[in-house]
Design a protein around this ligand. Sequence first.
Ligand SMILES: Nc1ncnc2c1ncn2[C@@H]1O[C@H](COP(=O)(O)OP(=O)(O)OP(=O)(O)O)[C@@H](O)[C@H]1O
Length: 790
Amino acid sequence: MPAYDNEGATISMEDVRAPEAPITISTIEKELIARRHKQFKSQKSTVASRKQQAVCVRRAHKKYGTTKNPNIILDGLNMTVPKGTIYGLLGASGCGKTTLLSCIVGRRRLNSGEIWVLGGKPGSPGSGVPGPRIGYMPQEIALFGEFSIRETLIYFGWIANMPTKEVEERIDFLIALLQLPNPTRQVKNLSGGQQRRTSLAAALIHDPELLILDEPTVGVDPVLRQSIWDHLVEITKGGRTTVIITTHYIDETKQADIIGLMRGGRFLAEESPMELIRRYQGESLEEVFLKLSVLQNLGKRRRSSILADVVERVELPALPNPAAVDLEEAEIGEISGEFGDNVSMSSRGRVVVTPELVAPIEAMPPPEKPARNMDMYIPMKWHHMKALIWKNFLSLFRNFGALAFIVGLPVSQMIFFCLAIGHYPVGLPIAVVNYEVNSTNPLCEYNKDVCPQDPNTYEWNLTRFSCEYLDFLSTRQSNLITYPSKELAMAEAEKGKARAVLVFHSNFSESLMQRITDPRHVTNWTVKHSDMEAHMDVTDKQVEWMLYRDLQLAFMDASEHLATVCDLPTRIMSIPVHFNKPIYGLDVPNFTDFAGPGVILTIVFFLAVALTSGSMLAERNEGILERSLVSGITGTEILFSHVIVEMLVMLVQSAVVLLLGFLLFGLTMKGPIGWVICLTVMTGLCGMTFGFVVSCLCDTDRTATYIALGSFLPMVLLCGIIWPIEGMHVVLQWISYFLPLTLSTEGLRSMLQRGWSVNTPTVSAGFTSIAIWIAVYLTTSILLLKFKKG
Ligand SMILES: Nc1ncnc2c1ncn2[C@@H]1O[C@H](COP(=O)(O)OP(=O)(O)OP(=O)(O)O)[C@@H](O)[C@H]1O
């Protein structure tokens, strides 16, 4: 088809010449004409008359893009689809057919204009649209690859509230009609054409009142295509079913009752195929479309020299009736299609009415009022939930790789955490230069069990205290390496071969003894020589702190031992601070215990985010979500069905994480186990609802990954696992308290290590914070699903 730049043009009847030759009409065509006469009646355009149509679109405007750079798709379009007809929606690729259909099914909103579908406005309470009154086959396959054909059709049948037996009968019928393969075959293993036919079967399964089929015959062979069309003609015969179908095979729409030729955001014509061929003397509908496109160009650029060549080559029909009715633009908007076979050459602009067909005939019966019952106020319908939960379970268990990942990841993460984090660094290389002894062995000999104080004179004769000190240090840090000189030891430490250099002066013990026994007469020189010199590599804060602690504790151990062998009170030579048994926590605090609660909650939270946003995005990107929403499923139902299924997964994940942490790796647990489990599961639920928000906000997996990662780091950095909140900048402290993992981590830690109950403020704040976040995320995702339309 030639690409003419004719957007926004309309056709005036001066552009149309009289037909030159009569057209032969076949029997089928005669039958179709007869049907059209019966179906389309002239009537005045009122709200009531619009409600009588299967679909009625008036003055539709729809644009994408920004206000500065808009991409106008529908530009005042009018469309009328009478009940019981097949409406062929034709137009070049990208002209806006899918956009129009998604507005009709209520999945996109117009910028302005009105749409009536089956007597109601799509999305309004009680309209039944979206819902089972519609059968929608989108352009993409929009099916679950892991499902078999049968399971797919059962899912859509259940959504439409069909009993299983009836679904089975319809499956047999549709499999025969659409020549589908064995219904046990998985959709992902079908050919492209077979998948499209399965998708068509899903739209047909519940025998809807309005079938909207977006290119159902792509990749279907001509024989089958014909049988699909025959079926559509058959089901519309009774007048109950209406079909709107888009296709790129223009000539197959000969069997449609009306064809809407779309171009430049409007209809070039909305007319029966026979009438179009007759009026424009085309050999085929394709040729008619070409002529109408040129006419539209003429309307816009009547004198355009660019198109002159093309126009010369196209033979244009003349106006069949010079007394064509000319109407004002606003009125014409009201007229399109409602005069039945009268030609509305465009949705805006001049309209031609063929007088012989305008004769009023009996009015259509009033449309059935949509059922207004309590159903529409029930947020979740049982048959929807049944179908969704079944679908979610099947998709989860069919995908073995994902299942293994879901269970395996928390196990491996917990094992990694418990084995890798929080353990004391041992074997740190420590360089020792001991000028007090002449030994290459750091653990030099000393009189371990002999008191260096004379029992009679009480004179002290302390020797080799450096050896005693190193002996106790070696029980904490065993990798002591002796160097003969300080210079050599320092050079090695600078090369990274030692974390600390310890130097004992030659008169270390003697000076220390003087410092203790006669402090009044001790010189600075003596004090200096009684110190062990320590030079440390402090690039690693944790290592520095632990070495610092070990060096001091080794001194206390050695001095307490000395006091013991001398029958002195043990603590006499220690620093005068006595650390009693901790109020809470272990005698030797353990970083694994400290970080454990935060790590457990982070694992559970972010696994739930990944699981939920992944499955929701996959569903959305494959078009399944869209299709389910058009079938009448609500956002709330989709969310809760995921919550129910993923809750089970999360219970397993939480159990695995807690069992590994407490039973296998011995993390401290003093608190009420029931509440610990409850807080863990609630955190997973919070992650799940956050995953819903992410999947509703993002259009692609990539943006979802960015959001998930972008939120992971701040939450983990600020929730107090890595650094105490009290040490943060005051603004960040406030931000941190508002994050979902901060108060819950503190609450869990208080239960596990302090044994606090849920009544204590810290624990109850953890529960309250996570409950509020669940409510916020859930409400946001329900609102996003409801209102975020194109
Ligand atoms: N979500 C969107 N955001 C921005 N532009 C969009 C969006 N969806 C569609 N479009 C644009 O709107 C125009 C109409 O698209 P639409 O899918 O409705 O066309 P179509 O007639 O169905 O095409 P085809 O026959 O190829 O399926 C195209 O230019 C398309 O790029």
